[in-house]
Design a protein. Structure first.
Length: 197
């Protein structure tokens, strides 16, 4: 029994590091994830697959490096989620989530070509109190066939609580605008009072 427990523990610890990249005869794909710490600062890049508990609208970053081994006529790269719930949304980045939206595409790519793509993504709140994986997928296409690389970049347990940065910077400048408007209204009111007197 102890050998089984040792093997299972070893497998659980090693497995995430084995899924950091995908490869086929046409090229390779690597991905990293950067999440926020409890103070709202960005952590270091972690090899995917990352396991994280997140709140609704808590942003995270994905970086992917794609490299070709042969000359390829067509290449496509996109993020993909399981199901139709729109669990994640891209705030900033190279493509939308899913093949039906905007995807990264390139044509006539030479052998040895390499490029890095980045996205900032967040949970939408359409799925909470559950686990939601987000995958990355690359399609290398020739006239004869297509080869796919796909793996999970993050597996998040999404809490139902709304994320906000507690330092008051979740809406930068909002309170400054309120103060300026308040000062202008007060100045206008004072000027109006002085004219009446």
């Amino acid at each position: 029994m102890s050998k089984f427990l040792y093997f299972f523990t070893f497998f659980i610890i090693i497995m995430p590091s084995l899924s950091i990249a995908g490869e086929c005869e046409y090229g390779s794909l690597r991905a990293w994830v950067k999440t926020l710490d409890e103070n709202g600062k960005w952590n270091e890049w972690e090899n995917s697959t990352v396991y994280k508990t997140m709140k609704v609208h808590e942003p995270f970053k994905i970086k992917a490096k794609i490299t070709t081994k042969k000359e390829i006529p067509w290449l496509h790269l996109w993020l993909e989620e399981i199901g139709n719930s729109k669990i994640y949304e891209v705030i900033e980045g190279e493509s939308d989530i899913g093949i039906c939206g905007k995807i990264v595409s390139a044509n006539n790519i030479p052998e040895g070509w390499s490029k890095i793509y980045e996205w900032t993504v967040r949970p939408t709140g359409n799925w909470t109190d559950g686990i939601a994986p987000l995958n990355i997928k690359a399609q290398f296409s020739t006239m004869e066939d297509d080869k796919f690389i796909e793996f999970t970049v993050i597996v998040a347990y999404i809490e139902s609580e709304e994320w906000r940065y507690d330092k008051g910077e979740s809406m930068p400048g909002f309170f400054l605008i309120l103060i300026i408007i308040s000062l202008l209204l007060n100045a206008g009111f004072i000027c109006k009072l002085k004219r009446k007197v």
